[in-house]
Design a protein around this ligand. Structure first.
Ligand code: NAD
Length: 437
């Protein structure tokens, strides 16, 4: 059996900090409160409902993940966040229109107590939104210092032992990594000089890492995936991961595409379109924010199907993704996929997927798992990029130069084998020879 690293106990109180208290964040908070109150079950959460097989199939050892690794329990969590819109979590959840009013009313006092702290926000990076609950400072560095004070105050006031941060803010405009993003030194000079290539989400990520707070990016914008942040995460010994929660249409893609590839079915075209009417849909209606999302969504198929290795099957694939803002649907997105595939001797076939999904319902359990796994990673001495958390992301962060793993089933295996490894259990190879010896 591999050596087990020292893992600090899960006891104590854990703060979950959420930049962006919109639909996803409030559905997550209200959901945890509902589960705590015994009103619902945490469906979709691997940390709460998932099991993990240990040893041989004949050993009959498949504990719940939360019984296998030392994870913080839901009762240990405290929430706080930032948002330029000053609504408390109850008002924000009501406006988001994801959860039924009856449920929100049952949780009202707890949700009303969570009021967003003033945000680091700038309409240059999210063009379709604005709000008055915004910090003032003469440069990014001063604003980062204010965020760091918020983190410390939250810890003190709620008597927290540890804190994690999950970005649930809007998708920012498309930015590419520039010289300012390359080292901690150049980034800090950029913070002091108010460099326009630094966005608010990077300021949160910087503040988190400086406070040794593990950070996950739920949106597709450039944030913790720049060399400066990777360097800082290593220096401060903090785990990081991202980006862009894998829900809805991309989740379906990363379930279906590995199947086509496994059966050597060709793909000529994959046309994906969505209608979405929530605030996220409105932000993505701006072309510069959509570009960020598009890049994140498009990478998936190429990495799973590997056209270079299979030019006859995937060399001519046309992949198109669009999102249309359509207010009547609110958070209840509808995503259509038309997939043109071909089989034996090149005979064509079509598959149509019509997914009437609920965006924030799919995303909320991912926020919970990421918060608990990041806390676990921090206590287990893991730092830098956490590739085993790729399972949760559309654009999983991987080491520079390494292509990310998009196949949901490989991601799941990677995650569970990582847990087995950390806990000193044998890895599962699926070889199965031992049953036939
Ligand atoms: N719901 C999903 O399935 C899903 C999947 C993948 C990614 N995401 C991403 O998650 C994020 C949240 O989605 P949502 O549906 O909750 O959106 P939302 O619009 O309801 O909430 C985002 C909130 O972030 C706030 N915000 C924007 N900039 C901020 C800043 N600098 N600091 C603090 N707050 C800020 C906005 O005011 C808003 O309240 C979006 O970026 C979205 O693209 C969502």
């Amino acid at each position: 059996m591999p050596n087990k690293p020292t893992i600090r106990p899960a006891a104590g109180r854990v703060g979950v900090l959420l930049p962006g208290m919109g639909a996803v964040a409030t559905t997550f908070i209200a959901g945890v409160e509902a589960v705590r109150a015994g009103l619902s079950k945490p469906i979709g959460s691997l940390t709460q409902m998932g099991t993990i097989r240990l040893g041989k199939r004949t050993d009959n050892r498949s504990p719940l993940v939360k019984d296998f690794i030392p994870l913080a329990g839901l009762d240990q969590l405290e929430f706080a966040g930032w948002d330029p819109i000053p609504d408390n979590a109850y008002e924000a959840a009501k406006k988001a229109g994801v959860l039924e009013e009856k449920l929100l009313d049952a949780l009202r006092p707890r949700l009303e107590a969570i009021k967003p702290m003033p945000a680091v926000f700038d309409t240059r990076y999210v063009k379709k939104l604005d709000g008055p609950n915004v910090k003032k400072g003469k440069n990014w560095m001063e604003l980062a210092d204010q965020l760091r004070s918020d983190i410390r105050r939250f810890k003190e006031e709620k008597k927290l032992d540890r804190v994690v941060m999950v970005w649930c803010g809007s998708t920012e405009v498309y930015l590419e990594a520039k010289p300012v993003h390359q080292t901690v030194k150049s980034f800090e000079a950029g913070l002091a000089a108010n460099d326009p290539d630094i966005s608010p989400s990077m300021v949160y990520a910087y503040a988190a890492l400086k406070e040794q707070v593990p950070y996950a990016n739920g949106a597709p914008n450039l944030s913790v995936d720049i060399p400066a942040m990777i360097e800082l995460a290593k220096e401060m010994r903090v785990p990081i991961c991202g980006k862009d929660f894998k829900t809805g249409q991309t989740l379906m893609k990363t379930i279906l595409a590995p199947g086509f590839r496994a059966r050597l079915l060709g793909v000529n075209g994959w046309y994906s379109t969505n209608i979405l009417g929530n605030r996220d849909g409105e932000v993505l209606d701006d072309p510069s924010s959509f570009k960020t999302k598009e890049v994140s969504k498009l990478g998936v198929l190429e990495s799973i199907l590997q056209p270079k290795l299979n030019p006859d099957l995937y060399g001519n694939m046309f992949h198109k993704v669009s999102i249309n803002y359509y207010p009547p649907r609110g958070d209840n997105k509808e995503g259509w996929d038309n997939i043109d595939i071909f089989g034996w001797l090149g005979y064509p076939m079509q598959i149509k997927v019509d997914f009437l999904c609920r965006d924030s319902i799919l995303a909320a359990p991912l926020v919970l798992d990421l918060a608990l796994f990041l806390d676990f990673a921090g206590r287990s001495g893991m730092s830098g990029i956490q590739e085993w958390l790729s399972f949760y992301f559309k654009s999983p962060q991987a080491a520079p130069g390494l292509y990310p793993e998009h196949d949901l089933f490989i991601q799941q295996m990677k995650l569970k084998n990582n847990l087995r490894h950390v806990m000193g259990e044998d890895l599962i190879t699926h070889l199965g020879q031992e049953y036939y010896e």
